[in-house]
Ligand binder design. Structure first.
Ligand code: NDP
Length: 484
């Protein structure tokens, strides 16, 4: 019988471990409220076990050739692909996201990261710098033990996006999933182990923020990579500063999607749907401020409403469903609060807005029009299926308004005018941008934010910089010329 209850809560040193000296917490299936697993948060004893295991394993792992490390990661990628359906069903239970999404966007994206960084591992090299007779060579070395802390929206993908470059560079990792979605990272740990990863190189410790904070405070942790909110990012950055630990922060956003009057309307509507309703809107890079040129605004809204009517809302395990529930009751309350604020501040509710009368955290896809820049729904990250349409007429004006936010994660432009597309994208303050598309995240492309949306980049060759450090070695070939 299919069971979502893991063998134990934590995965340390190549095996499942449990410490039942604390209270258990329930893992809830967002589509039915059923309790699908019970997990114990990590205790001091568990945290110590994970740190000791990672410390004992890291140097031997780093001493292996990059090709050997890469082979393990690529084998894990193959195992993930072979078990994609099983892993996708688990991801759906963990998050509530429809299987029609998880089959294509989660385990497969994790496998891409392991395959890509597995391929790069043998190329994590230094360089030779000739200086006359003398020369310098550089070594690219591992950082040591990296701490990964995940958000709840993409539990498999986040674990893999952090583990793949960290392990490729010879680091060990301790990963703390969000307590809301603790199940998927354990499977990734199991699969890495089966692929031949030495015990202790990748460990999973469960718990809430306090467990992440306790791990981070330990001097044996050399780097932290967080995916989470700006508020948590600030705390993590502060804590890391005590020991000058390296950080990668993938934080929130309130990204602009600008649709010019010459855009292909159906593509623009499709882009706005991908930018707001995939994963029920629980995506950091979403383009939630949709600036639509006044000349096409009503046509855009008509087309958008018609397309939203076709959303198949229902059982996430039914592959015809393409819109599922929110992840938790807490997230439901947050999003409903923003919708109420949008209405009270005078935005026009075009569709949705209401909770659906069925078990699970289902909220109808929601569109607001006549949204102004000052409204709360245009300023704060909602992290739910709520799209806001703002009008504009002038290019310079819309660029200034798009940039008038503390965030800088993503931005998109829809237009048929290629000069305008590149001109506007060049002026937008965002790390991950799209022209006539939205929310594509291939592992080959750097991903991350400007301004309050983060520090560093995940994916691409660039991630190697964030999981390794350079040592330069000066080699003198002649005598040393000392002054005395
Ligand atoms: P949170 O910031 O609440 O939590 C993120 C993770 O940090 C969780 O595992 C959490 O544990 C942990 N945590 C909380 N406090 C601390 C602390 N003091 N020290 C160490 N760890 C801590 O984010 P959510 O999980 O609610 O995720 C939603 C947020 O994540 C949104 O803002 C979204 O934009 C952002 N996000 C960013 C992405 C990006 O790539 N830029 C991608 C996906 C999401 P626990 O929750 O178990 O208590």
């Amino acid at each position: 019988m299919y069971s979502t209850q893991p063998t134990a809560s934590h995965f340390i040193n190549g095996r499942y471990v449990e410490d039942i000296s604390v209270a258990r917490f329930d893992v809830i299936y967002p589509a039915s409220w059923a309790v699908i697993a019970q997990i114990y948060a990590g205790t001091d004893h568990i945290i110590e076990q994970a740190l000791s295991a990672a410390q004992a394993a890291q140097q031997d792992w780093a001493a292996r050739s990059g090709t050997e490390r890469g082979r393990v990661l690529r084998r894990a990628a193959d195992l993930i692909r072979a078990r994609n359906r099983e892993l996708s069903v688990l991801e759906t239970h963990d998050t509530g996201k429809p299987l029609s999404e998880t089959l294509y966007a989660d385990a497969t994206s994790g496998a891409d990261a392991l395959e890509y960084f597995g391929g790069l591992a043998g190329n994590v090299t230094g360089e030779h710098i000739q200086l006359g007779e003398d020369w310098v060579y550089t070594r690219r070395e591992a950082l040591g033990i990296c701490l990964g802390i995940g958000a709840w929206n993409y539990p498999t993908q986040i674990a893999c996006w952090k583990a793949a470059p960290a392990l490729a560079c010879g680091n060990a990792m301790i990963f703390k999933p969000s307590e809301t979605t603790p199940l998927c990272a354990l499977k990734i740990a199991e699969i890495l182990s089966e692929a031949g990863l030495p015990d202790g190189v990748f460990n999973v410790v469960q718990g809430q923020g306090d467990v992440g904070a306790a791990l981070l405070q330990d001097p044996r942790i050399n780097k932290v990579s967080l995916t989470g909110s700006v508020a948590t990012g600030r705390k993590v950055y502060q804590s890391a500063a005590a020991d000058l630990k390296q950080v990668t922060l993938e934080l929130g956003g309130k990204s602009p999607l600008i649709i010019f009057e010459d855009a292909d309307l159906d593509n623009a509507v499709g882009g706005a749907i991908l930018a707001n309703f995939y994963s029920s809107g629980q995506i950091c890079s979403n383009g939630t401020r949709v600036f639509v040129h006044k000349a096409i605004k009503e046509a855009f809204l008509d087309r958008l409403s018609a397309r939203l009517d076709q959303a198949v809302i229902g059982d996430p395990l039914d592959e015809t469903t393409n819109f599922g529930p929110l992840v938790s009751d807490r997230q439901m309350q947050i999003v409903q609060g923003f919708i109420a604020q949008g209405i009270s501040e005078g935005a026009r509710l075009v569709c949705g807005g209401q909770r659906l009368e069925r078990p699970g955290y289902y909220l109808a896809p929601t569109v607001f029009a006549d949204v102004s820049d000052e409204m709360t729904i245009a300023r704060e990250e909602i992290f739910g299926p709520v799209l806001s349409v703002l009008d504009f007429e002038d290019e310079a004006d819309v660029v200034a308004r798009a940039n008038n936010t503390e965030y800088g994660l993503s931005a998109g432009v829809f237009t048929r005018d290629i000069s305008r597309a590149h001109r506007v994208i060049g002026k937008l303050q965002a790390g991950s941008c799209f022209i006539n598309s939205y929310n594509d995240a291939p592992v080959e492309a750097p991903f991350g934010g400007m301004k309050l949306s983060g520090i560093g980049r995940e994916n691409s060759k660039n991630a190697i910089e964030h999981y390794s450090q350079l040592k330069s070695v000066y080699v003198r070939m002649g005598d040393v010329d000392a002054p005395f």
